[in-house]
Design a protein around this ligand. Structure first.
Ligand SMILES: Cc1ncc(COP(=O)(O)O)c(C=O)c1O
Length: 464
């Protein structure tokens, strides 16, 4: 041994120095991020070229590693935690979330079994019950954290397939979703060797119950995936009507509320989960609109025993307890982070009122921007729900695609695109806690400026 390990005292002293440096780094990052271009502007391979071919043989001081992070890696970061990041699905990391993540790392526990960290299991059950109550889920549903909504959908469909086999034999090998369902349902069906039937969404992006009914006619379906807040336009499927059709045929209904179902914590938006009591499983991503760092998906089901009968295993090395919940038996994961602590922190640091305010602020900012777009004859507002707006310039599809690229190259904002009614649309998703009215005003300014430069001005008047 050429480099003896530091003593425990040296390691503690090193931690204090390193952590102080890291906290300073994070604080400076948060202070300056809004002054940076939102998207990385490096060429493919540019970051890889800055990295040595070999891992360093010698230990390096953390201060030097942080310097290299700033110099070599930060330029390749697209700043999701930037107040003008408006792409995909909003997520943010407010200070309490970052602190919670640090503590989760320091405790570094693994909640395989109740015994491997009783606090993890009991805190997880308690805070998921808090959240379930806020969302208006029926009391008594079993909740657990999973690493992603995609994993929640896979978990739900696995249990649904097992139940389908029990009740209908191998024939029940089909799952139904809509053309607006997140692609994680496609992946899950593929992984589970289920046939996927996609019913066309209606003009508002919702799954039409009548079309679903036709897809269920052959009694070979084991599950339906419905969505509260579709990825493109944040449309809300009619859960109550869908659930009634699933119930009639013994079909498992999984509700993917990854993003927009969080709105249900506000009494005035509770209706987005209308009918949820008749569903068989449900997921909301707390790291999307509830202010946690990624990732913390909250998965609920009234069928706790079905989860257990699907996933429980009995390896020799796991000494399971009696009369306790050993979370390893309730899903596909073995290792489990203390993600519940992040939720506990978030709920306490903002309070329910604070979380509701954050959701209301988002919706208000989106409404204001939607009003500006709708009032401008050069633009067409395609949809506006929660914090998500889809719109297009009244110009050709190619010009809209070019505009999207030009807007993102500008650097002041970062947005994404989608298709609405089979035509390309631009998409702005508001939801970062740091986003202000001024940031949204900048978005509108950039969009109009780039549109003027990109496609010529004045634009043709809107067709009437
Ligand atoms: C409706 C919906 N479901 C699922 C997902 C995937 O979530 P995750 O990345 O947690 O798997 C998304 C992502 O944006 C989504 O919008």
């Amino acid at each position: 041994v050429t480099h003896p390990a530091p003593t425990r005292d040296q390691a503690h002293a090193e931690f204090r120095r390193a952590a102080a440096g890291a906290v300073d780094w994070v604080a400076e990052y948060l202070e300056m991020v809004s002054t940076r271009p939102v998207a990385a502007s490096v060429a493919p391979g540019e970051i890889a070229a800055r990295l040595p071919a070999e891992a360093p043989a010698e230990a390096e001081p953390i201060a030097r590693i942080l310097d290299d992070l700033t110099r070599d890696l930060l330029p390749g970061i697209t700043h999701w935690n930037h107040p003008r990041f408006f792409a995909y699905v909003p997520q943010s990391a407010p200070p309490a979330a970052i602190v919670a993540d640090l503590i989760v790392s320091a405790l570094n526990v693994n909640g395989l079994l109740w015994e491997t960290s009783p606090t993890l299991t009991e805190l997880e059950q308690a805070v998921l019950a808090w959240l379930g109550k806020l969302l208006g889920l029926p009391s008594g549903w079993f909740g657990q954290t999973l690493e992603s909504a995609s994993l929640a959908t896979l978990t739900a469909l696995t249990v649904a397939r097992e139940r389908g086999r029990r009740t209908g034999g191998a024939r029940r090998g089909r799952v139904v979703c809509s053309s607006e369902t997140h692609a994680s349902a496609h992946k899950a069906a593929r992984l589970l060797d289920l046939t996927l039937t996609v019913v066309d969404a209606d003009e508002g992006g919702r799954m039409p119950p009548a079309r679903l009914e036709r897809a269920l006619a052959d009694d070979d379906v084991c599950a339906v995936v419905a969505t509260v807040g579709t990825t493109s336009t944040a449309a809300v499927d009619p859960i109550r009507e869908i659930a009634a059709r699933c119930r009639d045929r013994g079909v498992w209904l999984h509700v993917d509320g990854a993003y927009a179902s969080a709105a249900a914590i506000c009494p005035e938006h509770a209706h987005v989960l209308d009918g949820i009591e008749a569903a068989d499983s449900f997921v909301v991503n707390a790291h999307k609109w509830l202010g946690l760092t990624a990732a913390c998906s909250c998965f609920y089901t009234p069928h706790r025993d079905d989860l257990r009968s699907t996933f429980a295993t009995a390896p020799d090395y796991l000494d399971k307890g009696d009369d306790v919940v050993d979370l390893v038996d309730y899903g596909p994961m073995f290792s489990r982070r203390l993600s519940a602590l992040k939720l506990w922190f978030a709920l306490r640091a903002a309070g329910v009122d604070g979380l509701r305010d954050a959701i209301r602020t988002t919706i208000e900012l989106a409404r204001e921007l939607g009003g500006l777009i709708a009032a401008d004859p050069a633009w067409e507002l395609c949809s506006q729900r929660f914090g998500v707006l889809c719109f297009r310039l009244r110009a050709s599809d190619e010009e809209n695609l070019r505009l999207l690229r030009a807007v993102n190259r500008d650097g002041r904002i970062f947005i994404s695109g989608t298709r609405v009614g089979d035509r390309p649309a631009l998409r702005v998703a508001i939801g970062n806690r740091m986003t202000t009215r001024a940031d949204v005003a900048t978005a509108w300014e950039v969009l109009r400026e780039r549109a003027r430069h990109g496609v010529g001005w004045p634009l043709k008047a809107a067709p009437t």
